[in-house]
Design a protein around this ligand. Structure first.
Ligand code: TYD
Ligand code: MG
Length: 462
């Protein structure tokens, strides 16, 4: 038998090294390198024997499209691209306690009630706990087959008896293969277990849903390699203190990869939120300074969200910059452009920026809304009543166009907004609301300045 090879694997990024080290060379994480034993790889090169000859097929050949399984949870179905695909593997990642088990239990209960054979394997909870949760969710009667198990060999043997159409593995970090020496949750265990389960999915035609916990750095604990192995990766995110949860597709071989689904965690499980815009806007009776409503796009859907800024004199040598829900590098850029191109200095002041409702925005189209919130906080002048803002800011202080402006405007009008601060369009737009087109960031600043000295709180022309 081949001698076991010793190697050291970073549990965060999967980098393999020959020597142990306190810090991973590749991802710079501390104390993540663990010794793992594996059999040595087969010798390289083609000298090991002849391969099997396979047939090539034409690109335009016939493909049978398999029916997708819709869970009945429309937010989940939309994120997966209209349902689960047979013979595929899907990874649901997220912080512990965010609601992954709850979501998947609700999904399989819905499917099972509709007559689809579903299995739920829990490696974290006892069967009794899963039953209790199902009962609390009002799903106690759903014909889901449940088991508590962690050995992949046992699970595959049991599934092979009567292959189901949907399998939930909760979570992949608790699974292990007995022919590997390393502990469950290590890179090699997670990778090998996932490989076996994915192979089962491809062979049996079942959909395998893997739950994966995330480390605080935002990667699925252990292997990022897992993301490459599965067909679809969904992240379940949200702030612990908020009841809102966002399911985000980050990779999808069978659908859009930038779609989000919005849920609310209630005492009876996860409820769908069909109109997320209403949820991300705080209730305001009168305009306050330091806020701006951003008309954004998440996936295919327009989402309006409030951006809040607070600017306060700092007592620190290096003023605080605290950002929730947006990129802090992008905030620094917007502040630098405000400083260099508009003469608005935020040095010597603490700046806090918050995206309401626990949403995380990654669109550069939010630049202008962030700038509006900052300028409003700085001048004390509220943004115009009933206005939405969107646009990207360039380093020279120009406002750049963003995609799907019409969709953003339509959503804003639908929710009762009457005005939009937007990049100047090349052709005239038909909009249901008043358009205030800006070409330079200084145009935006001038509007707030005009508001601060006169009786008028907002000037109509630039
Ligand atoms: P869970 O699905 O166990 O999270 P994960 O599998 O991602 O670790 O969710 C646990 C949290 O959800 C827990 O803090 C309690 C809360 N919760 C509710 O608020 N309502 C409910 O109906 C359920 C089942 C859980
Ligand atoms: Mg769980």
């Amino acid at each position: 038998m081949a001698r076991l090879a010793e190697r050291y694997v970073c549990q965060d990024c999967g980098t393999v090294t020959a020597k142990w080290a306190g810090r991973c060379e590749s991802c710079q994480a501390w104390n993540t390198i663990v010794e793992e034993n594996t059999s040595p790889p087969p010798p390289k090169g083609l000298s090991t024997g002849r391969g099997r000859v396979f047939e090539f097929v034409p690109l335009d050949g016939k493909t049978e499209t398999q029916a997708r399984l819709t869970t009945g949870i429309s937010e989940l179905d939309r994120v997966t691209g209209e349902g689960l695909v047979p013979a595929s593997a899907l990874l649901v990642g997220g912080d512990p306690g965010i609601g992954k088990s709850t979501l998947l239990l609700q999904a399989v209960a819905g499917l099972a009630t509709a007559g689809v054979d579903c299995v739920y394997v829990s490696g974290e909870e006892a069967v009794e706990q899963v039953r209790l949760r199902a009962r609390r969710l009002g799903l106690g009667q759903a014909p889901v087959r449940v088991a508590a198990a962690t050995s992949v060999r046992d699970i595959l043997a049991s599934l092979g008896e009567r292959p189901p159409r949907v399998v939930v593995i909760d979570s992949i970090q608790t699974m292990f293969l007995d022919n590997l020496e390393s502990a469950p949750g290590t890179v090699s265990q997670v990778r090998a277990s996932a490989q076996e389960l994915i192979r089962f999915a491809k062979q049996s035609g079942a959909t395998v849903l893997l739950v994966g916990h995330v480390t605080k750095e935002g990667q699925i604990a252990g292997p990022r390699v897992l993301e490459h192995m599965v067909d679809t990766v969904l992240y379940f995110e949200g702030e612990r203190g908020h009841q809102f949860r966002i399911l985000r597709a980050v990779k999808n071989r069978f659908g859009p990869s930038d779609e989000i689904g919005v849920f609310e965690m209630t005492d009876r499980g996860l409820a769908e939120v069909a109109n997320p815009s209403a949820l991300f806007l705080s209730d305001r009776e009168r305009p306050v300074s330091g806020t701006a409503v951003f008309a954004g796009i998440e996936g295919t859907r327009p989402v309006l969200v409030e951006i809040q800024a607070l600017v306060a004199p700092s007592s620190l040598a290096t003023p605080r910059r605290a950002v929730v829900g947006w990129d802090s590098g992008r905030l620094a850029m917007v502040m630098a452009v405000l400083d260099a191109r508009c003469g608005l200095t935020l040095g010597g002041r603490d700046v806090y920026l918050n995206v309401a409702g626990g949403l995380r925005i990654s669109e550069p189209g939010a630049d202008l809304a962030v700038a509006a919130a900052l300028v409003s906080a700085l001048t004390g002048v509220p943004a115009p009543e009933g206005a939405v803002v969107f646009g990207e800011i360039g380093l020279s202080g120009e406002i750049r166009a963003v995609s799907q402006a019409d969709l953003r405007l339509k959503e804003a009008a639908k929710l009762g907004f009457t005005r939009a601060l937007a990049p100047a369009a090349r052709q005239r737009r038909q909009a249901a609301l008043e358009l205030d087109e800006l070409t330079l960031l200084s145009d935006l600043v001038r509007r707030f300045e005009a508001g601060s000295d006169g009786a008028q709180t907002w000037s109509d022309d630039g």
